[in-house]
Design a protein around this ligand. Structure first.
Ligand code: NAD
Ligand code: MG
Length: 388
C-alpha cells in the first residue's frame, strides 16, 4: 500500500460511464483524498479503458463477456483486473478495500450488488432508485441491521436528507418533493400523442441519462421518487406531496409538526448531491455557478397534473398495493421506455403498458429478491406478448 493511503476514502462506482458515474469521477478529480478502487459499466469499452488509465482501479467490470474480453486485452499492461457480469458486480460489492459503493447503474440490475455490499458493511451512495423502489422492504431493514448508511444521491432525496439534518425525524409532518414538471408541463393529453423521442429527451433543467430523462417527461421519475422517499425516510406516501416547481432551485422540502419548513436550494447540478453523499456529514467546497436571486426574480409552484401525466398517480397506486406491485410498475416502465426509445411505441403508450401490466399482475406480499426478479421477468414477458 502507498503511504498515506489510510487517509484516502476508497470508493467503487457501478455505472461509471453514465451520467452519474462520470460526474462522480469529476468529484474524485477535485478531491485528492478520494481513491477509486473499482469501476463497472455495461458495454462502453473505450470509455472504461480511459477511466482505468486515469484512475487505476483494482477491478473493472463490464456487463457483457465480449466487452470484458476486449477490455482485458486493451488494459493488459495495467494492474487492473477485468471481470464480467453479475459475478463481477458482486465481487466489487464485497471488496475488502472499498468503503463506499456508488450505485449509479440504471435499472433493477442494481438490487443484488446493493444487497451484497450492505451485507459486507459498505456505505451505499445510492443513485439507482429502481433498487429501492422494488426492494426497499429488504434493503432498508438490512441496512439498519448491518448499521450501514444509505446516503441518497438523487437530488430531491439529498435535499430531504439535508433538510432533516439535526432534526428529530418523528417531528416530520410532510415531505414536499419538488418536480420540474418536465418538458411537457402544461400540455394536455391530446397534445402528447405525437411526442417524439427527441422531444422527450430535452429536459428543461437537468442533464441526465436517456432512461431517466424520458421518465422525467412522463412523471414516472417523480413516481419512482415518491416510492424511493417512502423507503429512505420511512414516511407514508400520503405524507409525500409532489410540488411542481419549474425552475428546479428548491430541490425538495420537509415540513415539521410546528409548521416550519426546511428546504435545500441550489443550482440544478448533480455534483452537489453526489459530493455530499461521498463526504457526509462534511460539506466540501465546490466551484460552480451560484443561485442569484435577483437574476432569478421569482420562483413558482403548481399542482402536478396527474390526469395527463398518469405515471405519477400509478406510482401512488402501486405503493398503496405494495408487495411486488412497485416492481411491476418499474419493470413495465423500463420495458415501455426501451420500446419508446426504439420507436416501437408512442409516448402515451408508455402509460397504457404500465397500467396493463399492473392490472395483469397477481400481487405477492413481501416478495423475496427471487420473487422480485420473477415479477420483473413475468412483466417483461407479458409486455413482449402484446402487439404494438
Ligand atoms: P446512464 O444511462 O447515463 O448510465 C448508466 C450506467 O450504468 C452506465 O455506465 C452503463 O454502462 C451502466 N450499466 C447499465 N447496465 C449495466 C449493467 N448491466 N452492468 C453494469 N453496468 C451497467 O444513467 P444515469 O442517468 O447515470 O442514471 C443512473 C441511475 O441514477 C438511475 O437509476 C437513475 O434513475 C439515477 N439517477 C440519475 C440522475 C441523473 O442526473 N442522471 C439523477 C438522479 C438519479
Ligand atoms: Mg431526482
Amino acid at each position: 500500500m502507498i503511504s498515506g493511503d489510510f487517509n484516502m476514502k476508497k470508493i467503487g462506482i457501478l455505472g461509471s460511464t453514465g451520467s452519474i458515474g462520470t460526474q462522480t469521477l469529476d468529484i474524485v478529480r477535485n478531491n485528492e483524498d478520494l481513491k477509486v478502487v473499482a469501476l463497472a459499466a455495461g458495454s462502453s469499452v473505450a470509455r472504461m479503458e480511459s477511466q482505468i488509465r486515469e484512475f487505476a482501479p483494482s477491478i473493472a467490470v463490464m456487463w457483457s463477456e465480449e466487452a470484458a474480453k476486449e477490455l482485458s486485452a486493451r488494459v493488459a499492461d495495467t494492474g487492473t483486473r477485468v471481470l464480467c457480469g453479475m459475478e463481477g458486480l458482486l465481487e466489487i460489492a464485497v471488496m475488502e478495500e472499498m468503503e463506499v459503493l456508488v450505485t449509479a447503474i440504471v435499472g433493477m440490475i442494481g438490487i443484488r450488488p446493493t444487497i451484497a455490499a450492505i451485507e459486507a458493511g459498505k456505505t451505499i451512495a445510492l443513485a439507482n432508485k429502481e433498487t429501492l423502489v422494488t426492494a426497499g422492504h429488504i434493503i432498508m431493514p438490512l441496512a439498519a441491521e448491518k448499521k450501514v448508511p444509505i446516503l441518497p444521491v438523487d437530488s430531491e432525496h439529498s435535499a430531504i436528507f439535508q433538510s432533516m439534518h439535526g432534526e428529530n425525524r418523528e417531528r416530520v409532518s410532510k415531505i414536499l418533493l419538488t418536480a420540474s414538471g418536465g418538458p411537457f408541463r402544461g400540455r394536455k393529453r391530446e397534445e402528447l400523442t405525437e411526442i417524439t423521442v427527441e422531444d422527450a429527451l430535452k429536459h428543461p433543467n437537468w442533464s441526465m441519462g436517456r432512461k431517466i430523462t424520458v421518465d422525467s417527461s412522463t412523471l414516472v421519475n417523480k413516481g419512482l421518487e415518491v416510492i424511493e422517499a417512502k423507503w429512505l425516510f420511512g414516511v407514508e406516501p400520503d405524507k409525500i406531496q409532489v410540488v411542481v416547481h419549474p425552475q428546479s432551485i428548491i430541490h425538495s422540502m420537509v415540513e415539521y409538526v410546528d409548521g416550519g419548513i426546511m428546504a435545500q436550494l441550489g443550482m440544478p447540478d448533480m455534483k452537489l448531491p453526489i459530493q455530499y453523499a461521498l463526504f457526509y456529514p462534511d460539506r466540501r467546497p465546490m466551484e460552480g455557478k451560484r443561485v442569484d436571486f435577483f437574476e432569478l426574480g421569482s420562483i413558482t409552484f403548481e399542482k402536478p397534473d396527474m390526469d395527463t401525466f398518469r405515471g405519477l398517480q400509478m406510482a401512488y397506486d402501486a405503493i398503496a398495493v405494495g408487495g411486488s406491485m412497485p416492481t411491476v410498475y418499474n419493470a413495465a416502465n423500463e420495458k415501455a421506455v426501451a420500446l419508446f426509445l426504439d420507436r416501437k411505441i408512442k409516448f402515451l403508450d408508455i402509460y397504457d403498458i404500465i397500467q396493463g401490466a399492473m392490472e395483469n399482475h397477481k400481487v405477492i406480499a413481501n416478495p423475496s429478491v427471487e420473487e422480485i426478479l420473477q415479477a420483473e421477468a413475468a412483466t417483461y414477458e407479458y409486455i413482449s406478448g402484446r402487439r404494438f
